[in-house]
Design a protein around this ligand. Structure first.
Ligand SMILES: [Zn+2]
Length: 312
């Protein structure tokens, strides 16, 4: 039997087939930005069809960017999915369109960290933190080889831990959170504010009125744009403070840097984070490894398939 995993993102739906512990097929389609939840669910069913359908598939796992009601299969509050409406069912209608196989919903970052832990750079490691640098900053914790969800299913919100007390305002309203320094949306806002105050930056030249994607940060960094370097240095420092403290507390085997920015810039970020984090750790030569994610866009979909396999 096989399992399908879908990573539902703001720009694309990425799908994989997982069978016998490996990724066997991949497919993707662009996420619709209009047409409501129905258009998005049709798109997901299309990716399932592109992957060969569900004849040999036992269940579908979906990593979704928002609050999830696992029991009812409802996706609530997904601000990065333009066409989604609050509180819309996702699991049951997708199941109906995909040959009536069961659908399991999961948080997209949890799925990504699980994918990297089982099939990616952290396979075989017992104690792992994943920091997902995307539009916001998410996290996942693996303890003794298992995902840790906490007492109320709320574990992993590493983006809202404090790195600078009283510091920059986070999208959640809190002050000095990691996400306010290392989340793509906060970094874009800061670049646009600086540009509006008269500072020239390639970041705004390249992005125009469009979203400042991680590829734009990568190009500006390569060209040595001073503001891009400054923003990235702040992000690196904030992540280093976070992982330095967490590693001192948790004694980890590996810290994985993933998410959209992590995939695009991981090779640049990971050694710099490693360098700074080590200087902040209680045991500076601690054996923990800080590594970029290696499955790229497939991590979230692979993890979603594995979660479905665990449930069915
Ligand atoms: Zn916050």
């Amino acid at each position: 039997m096989a399992w399908i995993g879908l990573d539902l993102g703001g720009t694309k739906v990425y799908g994989v087939v997982v069978d016998k512990g490996a990724i066997r097929a991949e497919a993707k389609r662009r996420t619709p930005t209009e047409g409501g939840p129905e258009a998005i669910i049709d798109c997901m069913a299309g990716v399932v069809a592109d992957l060969g359908g569900t004849k040999r598939v036992k269940a579908i796992g979906v990593g979704a960017p928002g609050l999830i009601d696992r029991k009812r299969g409802v996706l609530r509050h997904a601000p990065n999915l333009v066409a989604w409406l609050d509180e819309s069912p996702l699991g049951p209608p997708l199941s109906t369109k995909a040959g009536a196989v069961p659908v399991v919903l999961a948080n997209d970052v949890e799925a990504g960290v699980l994918g990297e832990h089982r099939l990616g750079v952290a396979r075989g490691r017992e104690h792992v933190i994943g920091i997902w640098l995307g539009t916001g900053v998410g996290g996942g914790l693996v303890v003794r080889g298992e995902m840790y969800r906490g007492g109320h299913g709320l574990a992993g919100e590493i983006g809202h831990t404090i790195v600078h007390p009283g510091g920059r305002k986070c999208a959640c309203g809190g002050l000095g959170h990691l996400e306010a320094y290392a989340g793509r949306r906060s970094m874009e806002q800061r670049a646009r504010d600086e540009a509006a105050a008269g500072r020239h930056t390639m970041l705004v030249d390249l992005a125009g009125a469009e979203r400042m994607r991680s590829g734009i940060f990568a190009r500006a960094l390569e060209a040595g744009d001073p503001l891009a370097v400054e923003l990235m240095d702040e992000a690196i420092e904030a992540v280093a403070i976070t992982v330095g403290s967490f590693n001192t507390f948790l004694d980890l085997d590996m810290i994985v840097i993933g998410g959209g920015m992590g995939i695009r810039l991981g090779a640049y970020l990971a050694p710099r984070i490693d360098d700074q984090a080590r200087s902040l750790m209680f045991v500076p030569n601690h054996p923990v490894q800080i590594a970029p994610a290696e499955l790229g866009d497939a991590a979230g979909a692979a993890g979603a398939a594995l979660l479905a396999a665990g449930a069915h």
